[in-house]
Design a protein. Structure first.
Length: 267
């Protein structure tokens, strides 16, 4: 079958982010997404109103059932929501329930793209630091990168996360609105190995971070090297955002939903 990516994330009823973003992005990359639901959220395409996290044993049992059934080739985690769920995933890696050779893309979600709270930030940060050493790639936005590292400078922050055990960090400046184009930097074991410049498109997008991380996981699952997967994701996410759906055409400030079904031009 298609290479399987096991995705840990929350359910977004609007379909813009979370598990639906994972499923669509992994599919666009050529893989099959299996999912472990970590939370049920109350949100639309513009705002998070609340959520209820799934108990850690329930999330664990969802994941282990999939791991025992399907040939999982990559892991991706997004919103985990509670320290218990982060600790549970850390435990799966530490006990080698998840094969240590399986690539793991960690999107360390602290706050929803629409600004809604997904839990106490500092407790989540502390828990995420225990998960970092198992990550093949971390894809934080600039707020998450600074929170996890305690550093303001993005390059220093990326190097620090590598020093704390992460294999690679993808630095994304899309949340720094005072900049022009979006700069992305890939650090592997503390060294910058790739830099790209993406156009900053008009508007804000709901689920772009989920989509990017999941597409990379999908490409790793099909056998791409990390730098190849990141380069492909740069091209794909730009195309999906350029073709994004606008839920509220009358409101130019409203968030758009990436069109992850766009035919991917690989060139």
């Amino acid at each position: 079958m298609r290479p399987v990516v096991l995705c840990f994330s929350g359910l977004d009823p609007s379909g813009g982010a979370g598990l639906q973003a994972d499923i669509e992005a992994v599919g666009a990359a050529g893989g099959h997404a299996a999912v472990a639901c970590t939370a049920i959220t109350i949100q639309n395409s513009q705002q998070v109103f609340g959520f209820e996290a799934c108990p850690a044993p329930l999330v664990r049992d969802q994941a282990t059932t999939v791991l025992n059934d399907l040939p999982v080739r990559a892991i991706k985690s997004g919103m985990l929501g509670t320290t218990d769920n982060i600790a549970m995933l850390t435990h799966l890696f530490a006990k080698r329930t998840i094969n240590e050779n399986i690539p793991f893309v960690l999107d360390p979600v602290l706050v929803a793209n629409s600004g809604g709270s997904l839990g106490d930030e500092q407790t989540l940060v502390t828990a995420f630091r225990e998960l970092l050493p198992y990550a093949t790639l971390i894809t934080p936005n600039t707020h998450e990168l600074r929170a996890l590292s305690g550093e303001k400078d993005l390059h220093t922050a990326a190097k620090k996360l590598c020093a704390q055990g992460a294999h690679a960090v993808l630095v994304k400046t899309s949340h720094d609105f005072d900049s022009g184009d979006i700069e992305q930097y890939l650090y592997v074991q503390g060294e910058m190995v790739h830099q790209s410049t993406l156009p900053r498109l008009e508007g804000e997008f709901h689920g772009s971070g989920c989509s990017l991380a999941s597409f990379i996981a999908g490409r790793l699952a099909i056998g791409d090297e990390l730098i190849v997967a990141v380069k492909a994701a740069d091209r794909w996410i730009t195309q999906t955002l350029m073709a994004a759906d606008r839920p509220h055409p009358e409101d130019s400030s409203a968030q758009l939903i990436p069109n992850r079904f766009i035919t991917f031009n690989k060139n």
